[in-house]
Design a protein around this ligand. Sequence first.
Ligand SMILES: *Cc1c(COP(=O)(O)O)cnc(C)c1O
Length: 224
Amino acid sequence: MIADNIHQIEVALTAFPQTVRLVAVTKTKPVAMLAEAYAAGSRIFGENKVQEMAEKQPQLPQDIQWHLIGHLQSNKVKYIAPFVSLIHSVDSLKLLQEINKQAAKHNRVIDCLLQIHIAEEETKFGLSAEEARELLHSADVQQLSHIRITGLMGMATNTDDETQIRKEFQGLKQLFDQLGEFRSDNVVFSELSMGMSGDYLIAAEEGSTLVRVGSAIFGNRSYT
Ligand SMILES: *Cc1c(COP(=O)(O)O)cnc(C)c1O
């Protein structure tokens, strides 16, 4: 079943002009299910908790790209710095500086996305457009040689209103295009992470390059 779901989504994603990569969101799922997704061809796994990701990573093949998609606390960066391939959820200078510091210890450059607040809900993390612009242009960020900011991430409002979801994705794509005009040694925009199980096709239509899909692959998520 997992394999069928992955194949269906992968086929659907080939319909778009841009390359859209599937991040299989594996949070709360046992390692056996991740192994099943791997056998079906998945190579990008998304987790939202540091400890869970750090526990699963050594138990699975080493060619998996691990993406951290949930809120990240600075004091936990060290646990994922040796292997994480993309952090979707960067929302402060302090966090970028800590990622840079930990990446340097491992002689790595860690790719990061700035998380933008696009939903109506108050509770979701993320930067405003203006905060993201300031961060990108700041001299503090330009000094960080062990991180690379490769784009933006956003989560649409949790609603059935497709028009609203589409509008929010369009807004994020517009910001991506604007901010992407700024380039420096460690700012090179190529990735736009938007779309989940309920809205990944809308997101892909609006220009997403990474969709983060959990329940449509693994079944309904168990909230913990
Ligand atoms: C859980 C989660 C997803 C996947 O959600 P589904 O609706 O199960 O596809 C995507 N992005 C983030 C940030 C998540 O926490």
